[in-house]
Design a binder for this molecule. Structure first.
Ligand SMILES: [Zn+2]
Length: 263
């Protein structure tokens, strides 16, 4: 996508409410058209939805990311070893289900485009099964279409203390240990129940993830909030792609756009 199209997307859509996330607790970064990484939190400046949309109009970013952890001082987040000085105060655990993992497993012909609907359908089914498993431990789960080939499962009520002792002197390490243990637990369950051999789980607590409702300018698709597992069950892969299209916001015809749109 051209930068002016990205700009038009952010100009023509209103900043969405990102509840249940608290964006102001997040460290936020964007990637620009010329592949620069820009940290949006500056000293004393937290990024809310309104400020984010304004900055996206200014920079026309290719991708918009936020930290999975929430911080008391998100502007202090830098390298991993310094993240503890930003005082992490919880945060979600995110699974990426990306359908490149299934390429080679599926025997159909993939189209030569970014998105293969058949593979996205496989990713959708896998996301539903993985979410069912997570629901045995947690209930506050939000599923987001990644804006490309898969889904992000945000486990919003993930709690470090469920899996490890919380060390106040090294909170980032505690987050990492808890994620590692929960991942092991899930991996055992997955082995026992699922025949699919492919999944990846990142235990890195300082990783970043796409901000819901922002634009993936590589594909032109919105990284769109879907909702719960039941919401995902009700939608086919092709409907998800239709709803994630950004062309209405960019070229007009706003009435069908899933985001709230300025008129
Ligand atoms: Zn495919």
């Amino acid at each position: 996508m051209r930068p002016e199209q990205v700009k038009r997307y952010y100009e023509n859509t209103s900043p969405p409410s990102l509840q249940p996330w608290s964006l102001e607790r997040k460290h936020v970064r964007i990637v620009t058209h010329d592949k620069r990484f820009i940290k949006l939190n500056t000293i004393g400046n937290r990024v809310n939805e309104k400020a984010l949309w304004k900055l996206c109009t200014k920079y026309s970013p290719t991708h918009v990311y936020m930290s999975v952890l929430n911080y008391l001082f998100p502007e202090s987040v830098g390298l991993k070893r310094s993240a503890k000085y930003a005082y992490p105060v919880g945060g979600e655990y995110v699974f990426d289900v990306d359908n490149y993992l299934f390429r080679g497993v599926e025997t159909h012909e993939h189209p030569r485009t970014w998105i293969c609907i058949a593979c996205l359908e496989v990713a959708r089914k896998y996301t539903i099964r993985l979410t069912e498993l997570v629901e045995e431990n947690y209930e506050n789960i939000a599923i987001v279409f990644s804006g490309a080939r898969g889904f992000h499962i945000h486990v919003l009520d993930f709690n470090v203390r469920d899996w490890t002792h919380y060390n106040e002197h090294d909170p980032v390490k505690s987050h990492e240990v808890a994620r590692f243990r929960y991942t092991l637990h899930l991996a055992r369950q997955l082995d026992a129940r699922f025949d699919e051999p492919h999944f990846t789980l990142s235990v890195d607590p300082v990783r970043i993830i796409s901000v819901p409702q922002t634009l993936n300018a590589s594909t032109g698709l919105v990284c769109r909030l879907i909702g719960s597992r039941v919401d995902l069950e009700r939608k086919s892969a092709s409907r998800i792609l239709d709803e994630a299209s950004s062309s209405l916001a960019i070229w007009g015809g706003f009435s069908q756009l899933p985001l709230s749109v300025k008129r």
